[in-house]
Design a protein around this ligand. Sequence first.
Ligand code: PBG
Length: 320
Amino acid sequence: MYRGRRLRVNEGIRSLVRETHIQVENLVYPVFIIEGTNIKAPVDSMPGIYQYSIDRLDEELDRIHESGVSSILVFGIPAHKDEAGSQAYAEDGITQKAIRYIKSRYPEMIIIADVCLCEYTSHGHCGLIHEGEILNDETLPLLCKMSVSLCNAGADIIAPSDMMDGRIEAIRKALDENGMINVPIMSYSAKYASGFYSPFRDAAHSAPCFGDRRSYQMDYANGKEALREIEHDIEEGADIVMVKPALAYLDVIKEVSGRFDYPVAAYNVSGEYAMVKAAAQNGWIDEKRIVMENLIGMKRAGASVLITYHALDVANWLKE
Ligand code: PBG
């Protein structure tokens, strides 16, 4: 008789045959930096997550450093927004200033810079707008300018999340022309138009003021389309490809990691975090168990990079 239980007898044997592990090196922690002074503002829909002004950022950077997490994803929230999102590519934009500051404090920290206009535009869309339409090709030069200026500030990896067509090729070319040939691009390749982003839009003040993002982000009913998006992004020069959100898309992560020999990142997004936090605060679930189970699921599906708001907790749990 097959006795599967032989390998479950005790923790020693279980750990001997355990297939999937999370290491602190896999984790990426998102950080929100807001223009202004003396700000540490809680994001109500994301318990434990705050917006920091640069002068209060040390507290967060020290906490990250102590946890052992070495990669962060930075989101800037500017004081002034306009139609063209000009603070996104301003030399002294909030994200550029924040990156310079972080690099001055922790030069070894890997800074991944999100590239998208939605936090910077007055209308909250990810591209330029003309008569209610989100323009594609006209948006590309702005994304290129933004990418180059974020690298100039010290970003280690560029992560375009805008979902405009042709952006990876355009950004790769712009980086190369500026001598940034060694800066990797982590593309939000399969980014779905998802209800799971709403807490993030509170955190980053980036909700669209009309319509939604369904003309550029993907229809969540589609799996094959994700493979097409990934294939094109790799052809255009992506070094790491992302699937976002993660939990409702484990089939996509699995398929992508099986088909492409490129590192796959899973973004465990704000709504996924908020659901776990809310249930845990009610005492309905054991937060630590649920978080580990979710993240192991993403890794088992084939993701090697895990972007998660739980990163610091997980890093500390891994030390226990
Ligand atoms: C910017 C961006 C978004 C997220 C990451 N980059 C929001 C969106 O597309 O509306 C969402 C992250 C999350 O929900 O945690 N475009």
